[in-house]
Design a protein around this ligand. Structure first.
Ligand SMILES: [Fe+2]
Length: 251
């Protein structure tokens, strides 16, 4: 199933994953958690570390250690400490160069079989694409993000504009939107020439992209006559890492 995904990743550095297909793969049982997980987006925390001073982004972030279990191809995830991210200024001119710390995912979100199913899904895709990727431990970051638009101010999903994320692979999962227009995902080649655009509409319409892939999303604004609206996504990123539970070899 991943031949077209692999071809697209090789050609564009990203690949679109159909939301309806992912929903089917997750199964009816996991999807029962859809509404409670949707509710958790209203409990996100305002991002006070925006380089542009914006107050339109709400988020939470937690990290896991992903490890392959033998025999078989199961990937286990265990929650690890640390809720900080650091991007380089050259990848993210607006918010790079500083360490940003976020509130962790809510307890109910961490316990959600649906979120677990989504992480398992992404790990399965990576295992097929790159069988050696989980040869060692992999840090997995889960960002839960809501961008709010108000009648007087647009919301910016990527205020930094065209940027890169440092992790080896990132899955952007569109969750929902309400009362807004815009929010189109865009991808670019190495010269930042646009080569991909997708207005995601179906829950779990997703894009997987590489750490070298330039990308952005267009601003969201309220539909005419509305005062407020929002667009919700999960970002799940994967990056090989030394096992943080092992003592450092450094003196
Ligand atoms: Fe990004």
């Amino acid at each position: 199933m991943n031949a077209p995904v692999r071809e697209s990743l090789n050609r564009l550095g990203l690949a679109a994953l159909d939301g309806t297909t992912i929903q089917k793969e997750l199964g009816r049982e996991a999807l029962k958690g859809l509404s409670s997980l949707s509710d958790s987006f209203s409990q996100l925390v305002q991002d006070s570390q925006m380089g542009d001073g914006g107050k339109y982004r709400f988020r939470r972030y937690s990290r896991f250690l992903a490890e392959r279990r033998y025999p078989g191809d199961r990937i286990s995830f265990s929650l690890i400490a640390g809720n900080a991210i650091h991007q380089l200024k050259r990848d993210n001119p607006l918010n790079g160069g500083v360490t940003r710390t976020y509130s962790p995912l809510a307890k109910e979100t961490l316990a959600s079989p649906l979120l677990k199913g989504l992480m398992d899904h992404d790990a399965r895709v990576l295992l097929e694409l790159d069988p050696d990727f989980f040869a060692g431990p992999v840090t997995t970051g889960v960002h839960q993000v809501r961008i709010v638009a108000r009648s007087e101010a647009r919301g910016l999903p990527t205020p930094e504009g065209i940027h890169r994320d440092a992790e080896a692979y990132t899955f952007q999962h569109f969750w929902s939107k309400n009362g807004v227009q815009g929010g189109e995902f865009r991808g670019y080649d190495r010269n930042k020439v646009e080569n991909f655009r997708w207005l995601q509409e179906t829950p779990l319409d997703s894009v997987v992209f590489l750490g070298t892939t330039w990308h952005s999303a267009t601003p969201i604004s309220c539909k005419p006559g509305l005062d407020v609206g929002y667009r919700d996504i999960f970002l799940i990123d994967f990056d090989p890492t030394p096992d943080p539970r092992r003592p450092s070899q450094d003196p």
